[in-house]
Design a protein around this ligand. Structure first.
Ligand code: PGA
Length: 259
């Protein structure tokens, strides 16, 4: 059984290099008591200073986004090979906050390919804006996002993919507003079914499906009962003790369900 995967998406919540380093050291100190695989996605300028303390503690780094372009004249963009050269091993792709800034399905697909080319594991975010339990429209939204993101994926690359299901309506709130494990379970099953159609059964079963959207220490343990492989955590990942508590909670259910 793989360890649960807990990914910290710091967004722009950490604003200074010294603060990023202090938080990295605190997470590294506490990580020995946590049996989850941890990944921290800080703002890009702080990646380099965090690398050594995290590496010593076995914690991975991720980029919050990557550019579609390779070597070209696109002022300000940061490419997958650039972050890979800093020791990053994951990249969040297609986060709803990036989609809201204009990243379309094709752009998400291109970023998945750019990440894979640079030997990064893309963490591909999918999720509906609103959910009306009476019509099930959210399934079509999720399926379309998965199909376009993973067009022409090779089976050998499929094993490096991570999917993060993040219903947009549940992001940035509190544990009380997150999904319940019961609601989440049927969506995880649906995502797995679509992945099997896209990449074949064996690779699809190896793709971790994470949940994101108001995961906090208070609801992490219960959410793991849905069959997710871990979490993509925003606001509650910024405080080291809170991130570590979520990592611990994620392992408490480890082994009780097939993921
Ligand atoms: P949240 O963010 O945990 O603050 O809801 C999750 C995300 O946007 O990845």
């Amino acid at each position: 059984m793989k360890k649960p995967l807990v990914v910290a998406n710091w967004k722009l919540y950490v604003t200074a290099r010294g603060d990023a380093l202090a938080k990295a050291r605190a997470v590294a100190r506490g990580a020995k008591n946590v049996d989850a695989a941890l990944v921290i996605c800080p703002p890009t300028p702080f990646i380099e200073v965090m690398h050594a303390p995290l590496k010593r503690a076995g914690i991975s780094l991720g980029a919050q986004t990557i550019s579609v372009s390779g070597v070209s004249a696109r002022t300000g963009e940061v490419t997958a090979p650039m972050v890979a050269s800093l020791g990053v091993s994951y990249a969040i792709v297609g986060h709803s906050e990036r989609r809201a800034m204009g990243e379309d399905e094709n752009g998400v697909h291109e970023r998945v390919m750019a990440a894979l080319d640079a030997k990064l594991a893309p963490i591909v975010c999918v999720g509906e804006h609103t959910r009306d339990a009476s019509n099930g429209d959210h399934f079509a939204v999720i399926e379309n996002q998965l199909r376009s993101a993973f067009t022409q994926i090779l089976v050998k690359d499929a094993r490096r993919l991570v999917v993060a299901y993040e219903p947009v309506w549940a992001i940035g709130k509190t544990a009380a507003d997150a999904m319940t494990a019961g609601e989440l379970e049927e969506t995880v099953i649906y995502i797995r079914k679509v992945l099997v159609e896209l990449v074949g059964r064996a690779p699809a079963l190896s793709i971790p499906i994470l949940y994101g959207g108001s995961v906090e220490p208070a609801n992490a343990r219960e959410l793991m009962e849905s069959g997710v492989a871990g979490f993509l955590v925003g606001h509650a990942s910024v405080e080291p003790q809170s991130l570590l508590a979520i990592g611990k909670a994620a392992t408490e259910k480890n082994g009780t369900k097939k993921r």
